[in-house]
Design a protein around this ligand. Structure first.
Ligand code: X8Z
Ligand code: ZN
Length: 628
């Protein structure tokens, strides 16, 4: 999603209690322009009224100015991320600094309205509350504020230009992230995998290390200046509940899903052990990161062929058909058709003119997929280097989910132009992908045979789990690590060690070779240099199944959850669109309640969906040691 904004919401602020008396009518006869008239002592009520009016005006003015600085920052970020040059990077840094200085000033100016927050209309009050979460605040010292933005832009560009240089067939080749990923996806030669994995982490991670070390104290200074303990406190506090309670919620959700992850881990480790032998992947202990088919071991779908529970069943792999029949634009059109089938509008003509679907020739660009409303006025775009695979087709649907959220709420005030919480934003497109069942793919012409039997179900669930379940602990640890970094719980000399301790503990994944304190492996994952909070993706994995279950119910689906597709269902579409239209205008608990009837994030839907696979995995793993 657009990374310059991460609006989150604040628990209601307290202030002095409102007087119990009915406000007196405004004093008559006193005319401020009359030089003879004595200044009247203002009764409390009328000063409240003046402050209420001032607050409304302040919110309106802030909205206007925020729009101006955010549009400038967003245009500059787009220019840099689609064409990384020193001039574009400077402009991106300057406009980001302007935006964060403006927001910081506004947050401080808004403090005067705290005493009357409870008396304000809901919209004005919520906008004032959300202001504190509208972006990374700037340190008070303007030079430090500029430095923070400059480092931010530089880290992002370094990541975008990152390469893994390896010797292949006697020649040195330098691969961008997409080509490096292809090696990890397709090669089964441990030495080749090790070389690409190690080189990406060494070169990109280490290049980000010093900058990140400078970034942390500056970002913390900004957060402190607007009343948070640090960035960790700011990030955790943005969920309409106290930060500690939010952290406990993430642990509770993980606790619900961990038994399923453990089963998948156990089965996968055994298969990888069979693929490579005891020397490369031991039977017991954690999984080696470079063998998972993904640079960060966050998705294991590229191992599907080797892990397929029932080989020889009808294929559910649509990659070969995509490669034969679609190009990148057709893949986006294919995805748009799902949204329009729900009754949502077509994407605007400008989307097709301004988006970046392919890696630009002769330019450096940030290929990591993102979606934008560049001018906060339905100027929708995606930025991707689309690969012709099933995995990427799902990413296209994910990005369009962000775009449809933007399209539904772009008429709202700027501070409401955001997800109910950031997990909602990440969950919209993913919810759609849950409806892309084998029957759906057949209807759309990407699959020929659709076997409907128990074995086919287990195959299909395995494919889905290697993406959706394998990801869960990864979705949690990136910010567990950053919470500890920003709060100072872990010191810079221990950054890398702590990263791998958390990954081993939660994911059961270890690096292929020992890593040193001079390495900075978190810097080799996009969201760390781009400073995008990551818990959103963990929440999205939970929320998308809650959304799916609710929408399937509205669509009248009665069978197992994993067989439901809401394709073409207008009732489900209308309910989803209503959720999107609310943006961040109310606490996420209310928006969730309106769609699902529950005010809590809850993993029962994801567990219900994967119940057949869980039973199957438990049978497969019987008698095995499943810990690491
Ligand atoms: O970054 C993304 C999206 C853009 S918002 C492509 N995702 C996370 C990642 O790639 O690490 C989607 C899933 C998790
Ligand atoms: Zn996203």
């Amino acid at each position: 999603m657009r990374k310059t904004l991460f609006v989150l919401a604040l628990a209601a602020c307290g202030g002095p209690k409102a007087p119990d008396t009915i406000p007196a009518p405004p004093p008559s006869g006193g005319n401020a322009e009359d030089p003879i008239a004595k200044p009247l002592p203002m009764p409390a009520q009328s000063s409240d009224e003046a402050l209420i009016a001032e607050a409304k005006q302040f919110v309106a003015d802030t909205d206007k100015e925020y729009r101006r600085v955010a549009v400038a920052a967003s245009l500059a970020a787009w220019a840099n991320e689609t064409d990384i040059t020193p001039a574009h990077e400077d402009a991106a840094a300057k406009t980001a600094a302007d935006q964060s200085k403006f927001l910081t000033k506004a947050i401080k100016a808004a403090r005067k309205f705290e005493p009357i927050l409870a008396k304000l209309d809901a919209s004005t009050r919520r906008q004032l509350e959300l202001l504190r979460f509208a972006g990374q605040p700037a340190p008070d010292d303007p030079a430090q504020a500029d430095q923070l933005a400059k480092i931010g832009a530089e880290m992002s560009s370094i990541y975008g230009k990152g390469k893994a240089c390896v010797k292949r067939a006697g020649k040195e080749e330098c691969l961008g992230i997409d080509d490096a990923s292809k090696v990890l996806q397709k090669s089964r030669k441990p030495d080749e995998l090790l070389a690409v994995w190690t080189n990406w982490h060494d070169s990109v991670g280490r290049a980000e290390k010093d900058l990140f070390g400078k970034f942390v104290p500056l970002a913390n200074a900004g957060a402190k200046g607007v009343g948070f303990k640090d960035v960790s406190d700011m990030w955790k506090s943005g969920y309409d509940m106290p930060g500690d309670a939010f952290e406990a919620e993430t642990d509770r959700l993980w606790g619900q899903m961990k038994p399923l992850y453990d089963q998948l881990h156990c089965y996968t480790r055994r298969k990888i052990n069979k693929m490579y032998g005891e020397k490369v992947q031991p039977k017991l202990g954690a999984i080696k990161a470079h063998l998972t088919g993904n640079m960060w071991a966050q998705s294991w779908t590229w191992l599907y062929k080797e892990l397929e529970p029932y080989p020889g069943q009808a294929s559910i792999d649509v990659t070969p058909t995509i490669a034969k029949t679609l190009d990148s634009k057709k893949m986006v059109k294919f995805a748009e058709a799902f949204y329009t089938s729900l009754g949502m509008p077509e994407l605007p003509a400008t989307f097709w003119e301004r988006s970046m679907f392919d890696k630009p020739v002769g330019k450096e660009a940030v290929c990591h997929a993102s979606a934008w409303d560049v001018t906060f006025a339905n100027d929708l775009r995606i930025k991707m280097c689309i690969q012709k695979t099933q995995e990427e087709l799902e990413v296209v649907h994910h990005e369009l989910g962000h775009n449809y959220y933007f399209a539904a709420y772009y008429t709202l005030p700027m501070l409401f132009q955001n997800g109910a919480n950031d997990g909602f934003h990440e969950a919209i497109g993913d919810t759609i992908t849950l409806s892309m069942t084998p029957a759906y793919y057949k209807e759309r012409g990407l699959l020929k045979d659709v076997a409907k039997n128990e074995k086919a179900t287990i195959n299909q669930q395995m494919q889905s789990a290697l993406e959706r379940i394998a990801f869960l602990p990864f979705g949690l640890v990136i910010d567990k690590w950053r919470w500890d970094v920003y709060s100072g719980k872990v010191t810079p000399d221990k950054y890398n060690e702590h990263w791998w301790n958390l990954r081993a503990k939660y994911q059961g994944v270890v690096p292929p070779a020992p890593r040193a304190a001079t390495d900075f492996d978190p810097g080799a994952k996009y969201h760390v240099p781009a400073n995008v909070a990551y818990t959103r993706y963990f929440l999205a994995r939970v929320l998308q199944f809650q959304f799916h279950r609710a929408l399937c119910k509205k669509a009248g689906h009665t069978g197992p959850l994993h067989e439901c597709s809401i394709f073409k269902n207008k009732e489900a579409g209308a309910a989803f669109w209503k959720t999107l239209q609310a943006g961040a205008s109310k606490p996420w608990q209310e928006t969730l309640f309106e769609l699902t009837g529950s005010r809590d994030m809850d993993a029962t839907a994801i567990l219900e969906y994967f119940a057949p696979l869980k039973t199957w995995l438990e049978q497969q793993n019987k008698g095995q040691v499943c810990t690491w």
